[in-house]
Design a protein around this ligand. Structure first.
Ligand code: HEC
Ligand code: HEC
Ligand code: HEC
Ligand code: HEC
Ligand code: HEC
Ligand code: HEC
Length: 314
């Protein structure tokens, strides 16, 4: 019972040891872990050291994209401290870019691949440090994960909605400008892309250089269609968008997709399930999907969505 304290009392003056303990407790209480904020300073140290040796040269000591080598790049090293742009991008995205280089996400190859030099654990440590640089501060709870859409086709240019509509929050209708006023939503013209990309990425990003090549040949970019109804049906964006339905209701969380894709139209598997008595939810762009929403919107929001055959089938 008395052993430990008696021995300590003999070795040190009691007053001194109490002071030491009190100071230690005060330091601990004041540390960010206790406050429930970011990771403890100790956890950040390995990442900070790796950052200083591997990244600061280009991204700058405080992440602002102003390192000593930055001036040499046509596409400047990203400002990793700009929380408004960086905080919404999940760790997966950062890790992918750090491991495989910028090209893996369609970004400039000026961002080198570190997979051969940094272990997965070290990449996690560097990300922890990068997150600590952000202003406004990074909050893990506010991050939305990337969505890997099914059946995404390879497009002629690696255009990422995650970057344009996610990171930079460009409005959907800035590019799909016909959605409010016509049958089609429309895809942006080469000229619209060039409005930004005559400058952004034009010199050192091969994906962006392709835009210039199509423009030079006077060709539209041959995007592969994803959402397509059979010819014998009639659909119009205008009525749906003006009614206030979000694009995502029908197309999914596009702003979180690197590549757009979807399972659409009738499927044999679903037909077989129905034969044996299951009721799979209707797949997007099937007649069941259109009609189920029309019934629901008419009942719940006094919409006047058509249920008669001829409106959807001319
Ligand atoms: C040789 C210069 C260079 C070095 C070294 C470098 N980067 Fe980069 N990095 C770049 C450039 C240039 C870009 C911009 C790519 C773009 O926007 O197309 C970039 C982009 C990024 C991005 C993408 C951010 C965004 O805009 O979405 C991340 C994340 C990143 N770097 C992290 C790191 C980390 C972590 C290190 C150290 C392990 C590092 N970089 C080292 C040049 C560099
Ligand atoms: C900077 C321009 C731009 C912005 C902003 C943008 N898109 Fe796109 N969108 C494109 C391009 C280019 C394609 C064709 C390539 C592809 O499928 O990724 C496309 C394709 C699509 C498709 C698939 C079309 C098809 O073939 O069926 C949908 C759906 C879509 N976008 C919806 C959206 C939504 C929803 C938003 C907002 C969250 C949005 N887009 C923001 C340019 C843009
Ligand atoms: C309003 C300005 C704007 C418009 C319009 C725009 N972009 Fe971008 N785009 C950007 C910015 C900003 C970046 C990020 C550049 C970087 O960090 O390297 C980017 C990045 C890219 C990239 C590299 C990253 C990725 O998405 O894979 C490609 C490729 C690209 N854009 C293609 C296009 C195409 C094709 C169009 C037209 C359909 C288009 N952009 C329209 C601003 C724009
Ligand atoms: C009620 C469901 C619904 C809503 C809401 C909706 N779409 Fe669509 N979208 C579709 C369908 C169905 C198709 C296929 C149309 C066809 O093949 O005729 C489509 C096709 C597209 C296409 C490719 C062909 C085209 O029309 O140019 C794009 C791009 C697109 N949508 C973008 C958008 C955007 C952006 C919004 C929001 C402003 C939006 N959609 C809202 C159902 C919807
Ligand atoms: C998420 C719900 C939803 C889905 C899915 C949907 N619609 Fe609609 N649709 C509506 C609503 C709501 C209206 C009525 C708008 C109003 O009352 O002004 C409407 C109206 C229409 C109209 C009338 C247009 C007009 O000019 O008056 C047509 C045609 C139509 N939809 C076709 C379709 C087809 C074809 C599909 C499937 C490919 C489809 N819709 C899928 C909600 C939906
Ligand atoms: C709200 C729009 C809408 C209404 C109302 C509608 N359809 Fe359809 N219908 C579609 C769409 C979209 C497709 C194509 C997708 C599919 O095959 O599921 C389709 C497909 C079909 C097909 C082809 C199915 C196949 O297996 O190829 C037939 C036949 C059909 N509809 C008959 C009708 C009849 C009869 C009515 C009236 C009782 C009707 N539709 C009402 C939207 C509609």
């Amino acid at each position: 019972m008395n052993t430990g304290s008696t021995r300590a009392g003999r070795a040190l003056r009691p007053g001194f040891s109490v002071t030491v303990v009190l100071i230690a407790v005060l330091i601990w209480l004041g540390s960010p872990t206790w406050a429930g904020a970011a990771p403890a300073a100790l956890d950040l140290q390995p990442g900070q050291a790796l950052y200083a040796t591997q990244c600061a040269l280009c991204h700058g000591p405080s992440g602002q994209g102003d390192g000593p080598s930055a001036a040499g790049f046509a596409t400047k090293p990203s400002n990793l401290a700009d929380g408004r742009l960086m905080n919404g991008l999940p760790d997966d995205f950062l890790a992918n870019v750090i491991r495989h280089g910028g090209s893996v996400e369609g970004l400039s190859p000026g961002m080198p691949a570190f997979g051969e030099y940094l272990s997965d654990a070290q990449i996690r440590q560097v990300i922890l440090h990068v997150r600590s640089l952000a202003l406004p501060p990074f909050r893990a709870a506010a991050v939305v994960p990337i969505v890997t859409a099914p059946r995404a086709p390879t497009q002629p240019i690696f255009f990422s909605h995650l970057i344009h509509a996610g990171k930079y929050r460009m409005d959907c209708q800035y590019c799909h400008a016909d959605a409010r006023r016509s049958e089609y939503a429309g895809l942006p013209s080469v000229e619209r892309c060039l409005g930004c990309h005559k400058i952004i990425g034009a010199l050192d990003n091969p994906e962006i250089a392709k835009i210039q090549e199509y423009a030079g040949r006077g060709q539209p970019i041959p995007w592969v269609r994803i959402f397509k109804l059979p010819e014998f049906t009639y659909f119009t964006h205008k009525a749906h968008v003006r009614f206030g339905l979000a694009c995502q209701t029908c197309h999914g969380p596009i702003e979180r997709m690197r590549m757009v894709g979807a399972e659409t139209g009738p499927s044999l598997a679903d037909d077989l399930k129905k034969l044996v008595g299951f009721k799979p939810p209707p797949r997007p762009l099937t007649m069941g999907w259109c009609v189920a929403c029309h019934r629901q919107q008419n009942a719940a929001h006094s919409a006047r969505a058509p249920l008669d055959c001829v409106t959807c089938h001319h």
